[in-house]
Design a protein around this ligand. Structure first.
Ligand code: HEM
Length: 210
C-alpha cells in the first residue's frame, strides 16, 4: 500500500505542475508558442503524436527541458542521510548526517547557463537548432536514488504538451496581458505556479482561429 501510495504521491502533482508551468510559459511568451506550433505543424501535421517523434521535435524538447529547469519544482530534492563517514571536497560529513541537495543551485548556476533566470529554450539547442543535453539539467536529482519516474514523467510531459499545443492556442484570459502573467512560484510540496486563468482557443488545420 505504502509503495503504491508513494508512486501516486510522487508521480502525479510533479508532472501536472510542470505541465501547468509549461502552459503558463507559452501563454506568456507567444513567440515561443509560435515556434512550437510551427515545428508541430511541420513535423507532425494532424496525425497523432508518437513517442518516436520526440527525436525530431528539437524545439519542443528544448522548451520542455527549459520549463523543467526554470520551474525547478523540487528545489531541495528529497533529504538523504549518509550511510557512512564521507569526505567530500575536503568537507568531512559524519555517518547519519542529513544532507539536503539544493537542485536550485545547479539549475540556476550562473557558470552553467547563459540566462539562468529567464525562459530561454536556446539553452538546449546548438547553433543548428538541434536539441542538446546539458549536464547541469538535473530536476530529477542525480545518483542511485534519483527519481525513478524520470522516463515516465518525460513521456507524459511530451504527449500532453504536444497534443495540447497541436490543437489549441493558449492565451491569457480576456483583459489580461501576457506581461501580467506572474511567474512567481508558490511553495506547496513542490514549487507551483500561482493559479491563472488561461484561454485555450482551437487551432483548425494548424491555424489559430480568432
Ligand atoms: C516532472 C516530474 C518529476 C520530477 C521533477 C521529479 C523529481 C524527483 C526528485 C528530485 C526526487 C528526489 C530524488 C533524490 O532523492 O535524489 C524524486 C524522487 C522520487 N520520484 Fe520523482 N519526479 C517526477 C515525477 C515522478 C513520477 C512520474 C514518478 C512515478 C510514477 C516519480 C516517483 C518518484 C519516487 C518513488 C521517488 C522516491 C525515490 C527514492 O526514494 O529512491 N516521480 N523525484
Amino acid at each position: 500500500m505504502a509503495t503504491v501510495l508513494n508512486l501516486f504521491a510522487a508521480g502525479t502533482d510533479t508532472t501536472s505542475d510542470t505541465l501547468r508551468w509549461a502552459l503558463l510559459l507559452v501563454a506568456k511568451y507567444p513567440e515561443i508558442q509560435d515556434q512550437v506550433q510551427e515545428e508541430l505543424s511541420r513535423v507532425i501535421g494532424h496525425r497523432q503524436v508518437q513517442i518516436q517523434d520526440r527525436k525530431n521535435l528539437h524545439f519542443v524538447n528544448a522548451v520542455l527541458h527549459e520549463t523543467q529547469r526554470l520551474a525547478n519544482i523540487a528545489p531541495m530534492s528529497l533529504p538523504h542521510k549518509t550511510s557512512q563517514d564521507v569526505t567530500l571536497q575536503g568537507h568531512f560529513i559524519k555517518k547519519g548526517t542529513t544532507v539536503i541537495p539544493l537542485l536550485t543551485s545547479v539549475l540556476y548556476d550562473e557558470s552553467e547557463w547563459e540566462n539562468p533566470h529567464s525562459f530561454y529554450p536556446a539553452h538546449f539547442l546548438d547553433k543548428d537548432g538541434q536539441f542538446v543535453k546539458r549536464d547541469a539539467f538535473m530536476p530529477f536529482s542525480a545518483g542511485l536514488r534519483a527519481c525513478p519516474g524520470e522516463s515516465l514523467a518525460k513521456m507524459e510531459l511530451f504527449f500532453f504538451f504536444t497534443s495540447l499545443l497541436q490543437y489549441f492556442r493558449f492565451t491569457p484570459a480576456p483583459g489580461v496581458s501576457a506581461d501580467e502573467l506572474d511567474l512567481t512560484p508558490c511553495m506547496h510540496l513542490t514549487l507551483d505556479p500561482v493559479p491563472h486563468k488561461l484561454c485555450a482557443a482551437p487551432r483548425i488545420r494548424g491555424v489559430y482561429q480568432e
